[in-house]
Design a protein around this ligand. Structure first.
Ligand code: IPM
Ligand code: MN
Length: 347
């Protein structure tokens, strides 16, 4: 495996270093050859050189099997600069149209909800169109009649492929898809989403499915999180649901994600859901589990499901013991303690 590593900013640097140590251990155990090239693309680079990545950055990443990313963002660099200068161009140029975000409540991790036993679902977020569109603009800047317009874009091809991904994934799980919508209020794009999802559902008669308005779905995720299996949503709905879901699971520090090109034409990118966390950066206390689990998703995507499963078993074990849980999870461990525990299990 040839992996492009973009640690990025803040705790991205620490959690990616941790994930690499764990990856090395599991790859050693499974005889998987792995090498990494580091790219220092980040807000540091932006402040020094005026761009998050070089002009040919996408071409530099193209030959790799996958990209492992830490986090981007730092005070002093506006978020829309850091994100639209690195993360979002990669997702788009490599047509990573699925953002896959699994959620589990692990033994030893306390959910803020009273009844969260058995929570195990996946958010399948559309990742390249929808509400995150560059189509629109601003007019009359600075005048009282200034205005902004941004168009959501839903294409038949885009909704079809994300729905197909969700239904196919459900077949490998508990066979149940929930589609997030808001077609009662948003009267063009989301009725279209509903129609396309329904037509794809007909091709998967063995998968049970339903459709929930995003507002009610948010409430149900809090009230009955264990009933969900695969939740499919547009770019913005999926974004919001995945943070909500990560909170339900006890900490955003453990939530992983894969930005996938299921056609495997381009490299996919794996990153923890959390950000660069400037408040705790450099202290060695960040929770590395989100990054490590993302690395496990990468192993799975690159054809090493057994190695990925071993990492998950090690994660589960580390989370049961407060001495190997970080502080965000009520434990006492530093990042390095968690890494040691994971590696000990994988040797
Ligand atoms: C995420 C993040 C990004 C997104 C932001 C930082 C642009 O929230 O990966 O979920 O909304 O996609
Ligand atoms: Mn988000």
């Amino acid at each position: 495996m040839r992996i492009a590593v973009i640690a990025g900013d803040g705790i991205g640097i620490e959690v990616i270093a941790a994930a690499r140590v764990v990856l090395d251990a599991v790859c050693g155990r499974h005889d998987i050859p792995v090498d990494y090239d580091e790219f220092d693309w980040s807000c540091r680079r932006y402040l020094a050189e005026g761009a998050m990545m070089p002009a040919d950055g996408i071409d530099q990443l193209r030959p790799y099997d996958a990209v492992l990313l830490g986090a981007v963002g730092w005070p002093g660099v506006p978020d829309h600069v850091s994100l639209w200068g690195l993360l979002i161009p990669i997702r788009r140029a490599f047509r990573q149209y699925v953002n896959l975000r699994p959620i589990r409540v692990f033994d030893g991790v306390e959910s803020p909800l009273r009844d969260a036993a058995g929570v195990d679902f996946v958010v399948v977020r559309e990742n390249v169109e929808g509400e995150y569109s560059e189509i629109g603009g601003r007019l009359n800047r600075g005048f009282p009649d200034e205005f902004a317009v941004q168009e959501s874009v839903f294409t038949r091809a885009g909704v079809t492929r994300i729905a197909d991904f969700a239904f196919s994934l459900a077949r490998t799980r508990r066979g149940y898809v929930t589609s997030a919508t808001k077609s009662n209020g948003i009267v063009h794009t989301l009725p279209f989403w509903d129609e396309v999802v329904a037509s794809r559902a007909a091709e998967f008669p063995d998968v049970r499915w339903d459709s929930e308005h995003i507002d009610a779905l948010a409430a149900k995720l809090v009230l009955q999180p264990a009933r969900f299996d695969v939740i499919v949503g547009s770019n913005l709905f999926g974004d919001i649901l995945s943070d909500l879901a990560a909170a339900v699971a006890g900490s955003i520090g453990i939530a992983p994600s894969g930005n996938l090109d299921p056609t495997r034409t381009y490299p996919s990118m794996f990153e923890p859901v959390h950000g660069s966390a400037p408040d705790i950066a450099g202290k060695g206390i960040a929770n590395p589990i989100g990054a490590v689990w993302s690395a496990a998703m990468m192993l799975d995507h690159l054809g090493h499901p057994d190695a990925a499963a071993d990492v998950l078993v090690a994660i589960e074990a580390s989370l049961t013991d407060p001495a190997t849980r970080t502080r965000d999870l009520g434990g006492t461990a530093d990042t390095a303690d968690v890494v040691r525990a994971l590696v000990a299990r994988l040797k």
